[in-house]
Design a protein around this ligand. Structure first.
Ligand code: ATP
Length: 317
C-alpha cells in the first residue's frame, strides 16, 4: 500500500494525525499550521503592539506531558522574528519552593534561557512572602495547598514582571486549560470567574496587575506536546509532588473523554463559555485595592495577604 500523503502539501508522507482536525499531515505542514494559527490569534486579538516588553511565564513544563510554556517561549521568539512584531521578550519564573520539583524544572528554564537567548528572571515565594510551598505544606497539610500556590503565583507573576519592567505577561494556558476552567466554574457556580476565564487578554489595572494574555487559548494541549516532541524542545515533565487539584482532575478527565468522541468538544466548550451572557442583576465582586499591599482586592485585604495572615498567625484557615 502506498504511504498516505500529507493532506496539505500532497507531496510529503503524512507523519501524524492532527488532534484538532484529525487531518493527516507531514511534519513541516504541521509546524506551519501550528505556528500560523498562533500568529493569527495574536493578530486577530491584537495582543501586542510594537515596542511591548513581554514576560513569558516560564514553568519549564510540568504535569505528565506539559510543555506549554517552553513551546510558548520558542514559538513567540520565532514569530517575533518571522513577522517582526517588535517585541522584547523575557522569561519569568516563579520559584514556589517545592524541593524535588520546581528546583528541577528551574534547571530546564535556565537551559531554555540559553537555548533561546532570552533574559530570565526568577522570583521566589520565599523572598516575596517569607514562605516556601514546602513550609506551607508542612504547616497546613496537603489539603488546600493548591489554593495558596495559585493565589501566590498570580501576584508573584505581577511582582516579578514589575521588577523586569515589562508591560505585558503571557502564559502558556492552552485550549484544554480554558475549557476545563469553563467546566469548573460552571460546576462551582462561580459566575464572576466564568465570565472572565474565557478572555484571551485581561486588561491591567492601577493596582499593579499587568495585562495578561494566553496566545495558546485556541491551541490544543495534544498539539503542543506533539510540537515539542517533534521539535525536540527541552522541557521538564514530572507531576507536582503535592496533591493535584482533585476537582480540576474530574473536569479534565471528562474533557478528555469528550475529546475522544468529538475533537471539537474543546473549542465548543470555549465558544459556549464566551457566548454566555450574565444577567444584569447578578451580583459581581467590586474590585478595589488591598489595604496592606495595594494589590487588586475585592475585600479589604487581597487573597494573598489574607492567606498570609492565617499562615503567620499559625491558624491557617
Ligand atoms: N512557576 C511558574 N513560573 C512562571 N510561570 C508559571 C509558573 N507556573 C505556571 N506558570 C504559567 O502559567 C501557565 C499555566 O500553568 P499551569 O500550572 O496550568 O500549567 P503547567 O502545567 O505549569 O504549564 P507548563 O506546561 O507551561 O508548565 C504556564 O504555562 C506558565 O505560563
Amino acid at each position: 500500500m502506498a504511504p498516505k500523503l500529507c493532506s496539505i502539501c500532497q507531496t510529503e508522507r503524512a507523519m501524524l494525525r492532527r488532534p484538532k482536525t484529525l487531518q493527516r499531515l507531514c511534519r513541516a505542514c504541521f509546524y506551519t499550521v501550528f505556528e500560523t494559527e498562533v500568529h493569527q490569534t495574536i493578530q486577530r486579538h491584537q495582543l501586542f503592539k510594537r515596542g511591548d516588553r513581554v514576560a513569558i511565564g516560564a514553568s519549564g513544563g510540568k504535569g505528565k506531558q506539559h510543555a506549554d510554556s517552553t513551546v510558548l517561549a520558542y514559538v513567540l521568539k520565532l514569530l517575533n522574528e518571522r513577522y517582526d512584531y517588535g517585541l522584547e521578550l523575557f522569561l519569568l519564573s516563579i520559584d514556589e519552593g517545592i524541593t524535588g520539583y520546581r528546583d528541577d524544572s528551574l534547571e530546564t528554564v535556565k537551559r531554555n534561557r540559553d537555548q533561546y537567548a532570552l533574559p530570565l528572571k526568577i522570583v521566589s515565594y520565599e523572598e516575596l512572602y517569607g514562605w516556601t510551598m514546602d513550609r506551607i505544606v508542612a504547616t497546613i497539610g496537603q489539603k488546600n495547598n493548591c489554593t495558596f500556590c495559585g493565589v501566590f503565583r498570580r501576584q508573584a507573576l505581577d511582582r516579578g514582571a514589575a521588577r523586569l519592567g515589562v508591560n505585558h505577561i503571557v502564559t502558556g494556558h492552552n485550549a484544554d486549560d480554558v475549557a476545563e476552567t469553563v467546566l469548573m466554574n460552571i460546576l462551582r457556580g462561580d459566575i464572576a470567574r466564568l465570565q472572565r476565564c474565557t478572555e484571551i487578554v485581561t486588561p491591567g489595572d492601577m493596582e499593579g496587575a499587568l495585562p495578561r494574555s494566553k496566545p495558546f487559548k485556541y491551541t490544543y494541549e495534544k498539539e503542543i506536546v506533539m510540537y515539542a516532541y517533534f521539535k525536540k524542545l527541552d522541557y521538564f515533565s514530572t507531576e507536582c509532588i503535592y496533591s493535584p487539584n482533585a476537582y480540576r482532575g474530574y473536569a479534565r478527565a471528562f474533557l478528555k473523554d469528550l475529546e475522544a468522541v468529538r475533537p471539537s468538544a474543546i473549542l465548543d466548550i470555549i465558544h459556549a463559555g464566551e457566548a454566555l451572557l450574565v444577567r444584569g442583576d447578578v451580583k459581581m465582586p467590586v474590585q478595589g485595592q488591598c489595604e496592606r499591599c495595594g494589590y487588586v482586592a475585592s475585600n479589604k485585604l487581597c487573597k494573598a495577604c489574607l492567606l498570609l495572615e492565617g499562615l503567620n498567625r499559625g491558624l491557617p484557615k
